[in-house]
Design a protein around this ligand. Structure first.
Ligand SMILES: [Zn+2]
Length: 562
């Protein structure tokens, strides 16, 4: 007999030793095979940190289901385990976390009464002790032999998750192959952050059931991790071999204490003065600025993220329909500050631009942005928004999925999100599609960025029935940064760097320092002052006589006096 297995994906042979070393991942093609629970625990948690809970609880046969008791007895003996889930507490690279791991070997990891009870108890323990929880799912669904009581375990765990959530605690869901039915419909999809292993099968109804119902063969990709991430239900797919470090990073990221911040307002003012040109930001005509804002070589969101943020993790999906690539959202550090980043994104080349719909988002993009901004609020994390979009997507699909509703929802919810928001308009600010995520506590705009109700071309076509008059209309639309500053919509104009690397580096360095200090300032205010001021700012637009920042400035002045 030959030692090892044949990878069904790439047809290469792998020796048992290699498989073990590689955590059951094919060395050649990266195919992830199922991993037994003991190896999983050994791989994820620090040695000797793990404590187990409720190990004695075992499944009985509540419905007297034929042959079920016998099957349970056999499995208990064979697997030396009393149920299809192991729960406990441990540390991952010294970061404490409660955990539950489902054991696929035990009746397909199905969730019966004991499994539901054990998972609920460990979530309750995490809630009581104000700690995060990570749950690895791998389950065929609810256990048929335990009937309706087993179905109700879904409500039980979901309710425990709700209470954990309402205390502002972190739940990471790690979906492994396969996760289906009542486990998908309760535990797996409720994580603050949902990670899937590559090529896991994930769904509610099983593939065969669907195929029989619709009498069609489904594609190979259907119900895979990759399918789920494209449809907006998973934040990220992480290779099993990187999982330990990724989990440790995410746990640590959420442990930051943001209450350490002092008011550094005077320092901030100095930075603003350095950055703001008072006299020279009108070197280009409005039409030249329109062109400059659209230039392909301009610094784009991806570049800003690369240059400003360390340890960025992109979080995807609206959890409803799709991951819209016209938005890039995620978490990372601005210097030592954990923040959430949300922004519309254009590409650098044609392919990337097509992928990102040229920065024009569909409703799912706005829903993803709002989801992650609400998540930032839950974890008391400031938000940095980047705007560069010709406008919201304008097509049949956008209308079918409620473009108007998605933008309106952003405007309403973001107005009262209880964490500081800084907005940077760095390219095109295309009307409502830009406005949706524009209402920051402090708004910067680049010297050559534009912000307008409509593109000059479209404006000319509507007003003059002649799109060639775009240049003329551009001047009338008052879309330059200095116009927008005069309207009281933005707070500060940032000078443009030249195309030279040196100039760009200085620009990024100054920007990093500026927004960092601005965040520290905004974080020093009471939450209610912050929100009141945001409401006041929005309320004042259209009345340019009003000094819209009076509220916060007064509070700051008083704080300095103290
Ligand atoms: Zn392979």
């Amino acid at each position: 007999m030959v030692d090892g297995i044949l990878c069904f994906n790439c047809k290469n042979h792998m020796y048992s030793n290699d498989m073990e070393e590689n955590l059951n991942v094919c060395k050649i093609c990266g195919q992830h095979f199922k991993l037994d629970i003991n190896t999983r625990i050994k791989n994820i948690f620090d040695t000797e940190s793990v404590k187990y809970f409720d190990t004695e609880m075992y499944c009985n046969n509540p419905l007297n289901f034929p042959t079920y008791s016998k099957k349970i007895d056999e499995l208990r003996k064979e697997l030396k385990s009393n149920s299809a889930v192991v729960t406990g507490y441990g540390t991952i690279n010294a970061n404490p976390v409660y955990f539950a791991i489902m054991d696929y070997r035990f009746l397909m990891g199905s969730m019966g009464i004991v499994e539901g009870e054990k998972i609920t108890r460990v979530i309750e323990r995490a809630t009581e002790n104000n700690e995060a929880i990570v749950i690895f799912t791998g389950s065929g669904g609810v256990r048929i032999q335990e009937g309706t009581i087993a179905v109700y375990q879904m409500s039980k765990v979901a309710t425990a998750i709700k209470k954990h959530n309402d205390k502002g605690l972190l739940f990471i869901s790690v979906i492994t192959d396969p996760t289906f039915g009542g486990v998908t419909a309760s535990i797996a999809t409720l994580g603050d952050i949902i990670i899937a292993e590559p090529n896991a099968n994930i769904g509610f109804a099983g593939r065969r059931v669907i195929e029989q119902t619709i009498r069609q063969q489904l594609s190979k990709e259907f119900q895979t991790s990759e399918f789920m991430i494209n449809h907006g239900f998973i934040d990220c797919i992480i290779d099993r071999r990187d999982l330990r470090n990724s989990l440790a990073y995410i746990l640590k990221f959420h442990k930051n204490d943001l209450n350490r911040v002092d008011l550094k307002y005077p320092k901030m003012q100095k930075y603003d003065q350095n950055l703001s040109y008072k006299s020279s930001h009108d070197k280009l005509t409005p039409w030249q600025k329109v062109k400059a804002a659209r230039k392909l070589e301009r610094i784009r969101l991806k570049d800003y993220i690369n240059m400003l943020i360390t340890g960025f993790i992109e979080l995807k999906g609206d959890r409803k329909f799709k991951d819209d690539k016209a938005f890039i959202c995620g978490i990372g550090y601005l210097k030592d500050l954990p923040i959430t980043i949300v922004g519309t994104a254009r590409g650098r080349n044609i392919k990337d631009n097509i992928d990102r719909n040229f920065g024009s988002a569909h409703p799912e993009g706005y829903r993803k942005a709002l989801r992650l901004m609400k998540q930032a609020e839950k974890f008391n994390r400031p938000i940095l928004c980047f705007i560069d979009t010709p406008g919201a997507a304008c097509d049949v699909e956008a209308e079918e999925r409620g473009q108007g509703e998605a933008i309106a929802r952003c405007l309403m919810e973001i107005s009262s999100i209880r964490v500081p928001i800084i907005t940077i308009i760095h390219g095109e600010g295309g009307s409502g599609g830009a406005l949706a995520i524009s209402n920051g506590d402090y708004v910067y705009m680049l010297e050559n960025a534009t912000y307008s109700v409509i593109s000059p071309e479209a404006g000319a076509a509507i007003i003059h029935r002649d799109s060639k008059k775009a240049e003329e209309i551009a001047a009338h639309l008052k879309l330059t940064a200095s116009d927008i500053l005069n309207f009281g919509i933005i707070d500060c104009i940032l000078p443009e760097p030249t195309d030279k690397e040196e100039s760009r580096n200085k620009f990024i360095k100054d920007m990093k320092e500026t927004i960092y200090i601005k965040f520290l300032e905004l974080m020093s205010y009471d939450k209610s002052d912050l929100i009141n001021n945001r409401h006041f700012k929005i309320r004042s637009i259209g009345n340019i006589e009003t000094n819209r920042n009076e509220g916060l400035q007064q509070i700051a002045a008083e704080k300095i006096k103290e």
